[in-house]
Design a protein around this ligand. Structure first.
Ligand code: HEC
Length: 118
């Protein structure tokens, strides 16, 4: 009788382990989350400038010279496009995330526009 209970518990544990193996996110998915992939868009400087004016200059200055946030006027010589994209998507310190405010494509466009500022 005792043996039956023990093997029952053992099989339940195995079943749970198998279920968890398939439902928990794998390491790769976690890494994916940490570094968002940028959608491919054709750069539109006019749209980027308008979006930056509407969303960013309150903190980064109307000439991107800096203010509450650091200057972005030469950001392209410091960060590559992927890093800028990731900063805008995720936010950083006092910088809010724009993931829910702007479309991924708009953020990609801004990142490409800023990456050219060297
Ligand atoms: C509420 C103020 C605020 C707004 C709005 C804001 N930022 Fe920022 N941003 C910051 C702050 C503060 C930092 C510095 C964060 C840190 O390093 O801890 C920052 C950092 C950054 C950086 C990294 C700069 C570096 O030198 O590492 C980039 C790129 C950036 N912001 C782009 C943008 C863009 C593009 C927008 C508009 C879509 C924007 N920010 C809107 C406050 C803001």
């Amino acid at each position: 009788m005792h043996k039956w209970i023990m093997s029952g518990v053992f099989f339940a544990a195995c079943a749970l382990a198998i279920v968890l193996m398939f439902t928990l996110p794998g390491k790769e998915e976690v890494a994916e989350e940490a570094k968002p992939t940028m959608p491919e868009v054709a750069m539109d400087a006019g749209q980027a400038e308008a979006l930056v004016k509407a969303n960013c200059i309150t903190c980064h200055g109307d000439q991107l010279q800096g203010g509450v946030g650091p200057a972005l006027a030469n950001i392209g010589s410091q960060d590559d496009v992927e890093k800028i994209y990731s900063t805008i998507i995720k936010g950083k310190g006092g910088m809010p995330s724009f993931k829910d405010k702007l479309k991924d494509e708009e953020i990609a466009n801004i990142a490409m526009w800023l990456a050219e500022k060297k």
